[in-house]
Ligand binder design. Structure first.
Ligand SMILES: C[S@@+](CC[C@H](N)C(=O)[O-])C[C@H]1O[C@@H](n2cnc3c(N)ncnc32)[C@H](O)[C@@H]1O
Length: 237
């Protein structure tokens, strides 16, 4: 099994041509010949709870905003406790500021491309950009503690953070619990509230009918919009 053979302790996620020595260089684009080529968003060969560091330069904006939180939860799962995550990604307001300042065509076109990506090959499209608030809330919602948050080169966020909370703890803590108790626990862990009638019933039925595993049920809640709103309100954002 490939995951058993992976000895690297660091991942360069979305490496492109910037392949780094000592890192497991991972990408969806075969042209850059990554160490690990991801197909159909299948990250299952990447070992869990294994890496000390993830580097993700200019990649988060290449992933659909519907998957931002889910991707960060996956990255958290790849990391050991306290493992570090280093991100560089685009600031929408940074680009907007440049567009307001620089009025010539070449600048306006160049900054538009910065916002939407070069679009030269598969994976080279920007599906989202961030503000300080949206990026921070996503990271916090995935259990990361932000150690440093900077804007550089007028339009790029550089963030250093580490895995502080493991969103999967609720699964292990409730290993022996029945489904009812488990569902109550995952709603509480993800949203700080009891299951609502419809939501609780949906998850209980999905578990009973084996449409979702316990981990999938927890991730379903942790990757949701409600999780983002809950974390934002907890941090007054
Ligand atoms: C702008 S390049 C950045 C490359 C490199 N990290 C750097 O800083 O030069 C973005 C890279 O992310 C890759 N990418 C896009 N979606 C991805 C995904 N879901 N998983 C892994 N890599 C992805 C693209 O194929 C591309 O190589």
């Amino acid at each position: 099994m490939l995951s058993k053979r992976i000895k690297h302790k660091k991942i360069n996620f979305g490496c492109g041509w910037d392949k780094r020595e000592g890192y497991l260089n991972v990408d969806v684009d075969s042209n850059c010949k990554p160490d690990l080529l991801i197909k159909n968003n299948d990250y299952s060969v990447i070992p869990k709870n294994h890496f000390n560091e993830i580097l993700a330069n200019d990649v988060l904006e290449h992933i659909s905003h519907t998957l931002t939180l889910s991707t960060l939860l996956d990255w958290s799962e790849f990391l050991t406790d306290n493992g570090t995550l280093h991100i560089q990604t685009s600031s929408i307001l940074g680009v907007a500021r440049q567009l307001t300042k620089k009025k010539g065509f070449a600048d306006q076109l160049g900054w538009t491309v910065c916002l939407f990506g070069n679009q030269a090959h598969e994976g080279d499209f920007h599906h989202v950009g961030f503000t300080e608030t949206t990026l921070k809330v996503h990271l916090l919602a995935a259990g990361f503690k932000i150690d440093s948050f900077k804007e550089r080169d007028q339009w790029l966020f550089h963030v250093d953070c580490h895995k502080k909370e493991n969103w999967m703890d609720v699964i292990t803590e409730n290993k022996k619990a029945d489904d009812e108790t488990y569902v109550t626990a995952i709603f509480n862990a993800a949203f700080g509230r009891k299951p609502d009638e419809l939501g609780g019933q949906y998850i209980r039925n999905a578990l009973k009918n084996k449409e979702l595993t316990r981990k999938q049920a927890a991730k379903h809640l942790f990757q949701s919009r409600e999780r983002l709103y809950y974390i934002a309100s907890q941090h007054n954002m």
